[in-house]
Design a protein around this ligand. Structure first.
Ligand code: HEC
Length: 113
């Protein structure tokens, strides 16, 4: 019984170690993949063309009274509304961008932190 228990715990330890190992092996690959994924967001090009002039490539420029997007608390719904309708000096994009493009550019803007 004792033997069985220690064999079992040795087995558990081995599987645990294996699980941890495979985790730590895949982590750097995941982290390296992340910026590439972000760069491939279709909204990035739309953002550069339509938004960066006021908000800056990193969202922080604040030209023409534009708000710092990295500090914005607006969620996706609020941002879609904002980009579609405009507000104050922020222009409406409903004639320039399709609803799908607005969604994409908003998704990209949410990655600016
Ligand atoms: C002509 C300059 C200009 C352009 C171009 C512009 N914005 Fe703005 N943006 C503003 C201004 C000004 C505000 C602040 C509006 C206010 O609250 O009165 C703002 C606010 C915002 C906010 C709200 C931030 C907050 O929490 O207060 C979001 C989100 C936003 N813009 C996203 C975008 C996106 C996405 C684009 C591109 C599709 C874009 N903007 C293009 C000027 C601009």
């Amino acid at each position: 019984m004792i033997r069985f228990a220690s064999a079992l715990s040795a087995f558990l330890l081995l599987t645990l170690a294996a699980a941890c190992n495979s985790n730590s092996n895949s982590a750097p690959a995941d982290m390296a993949a992340e910026p590439a994924v972000a760069a491939e967001l279709p909204g990035q090009a739309l953002y550069v063309q339509n938004c960066a002039v006021c908000h800056g490539p990193d969202g922080k420029l604040g030209l023409n009274g534009a708000h710092d997007l990295t500090k914005s608390n607006l969620n996706a719904t609020g941002r879609v509304y904002m980009v579609t309708q405009g507000l104050g000096k922020m222009p409406s994009f409903k004639n320039q961008l399709s609803p799908e493009q607005i969604q994409q550019v908003v998704d990209y803007s949410l990655t600016l932190k």
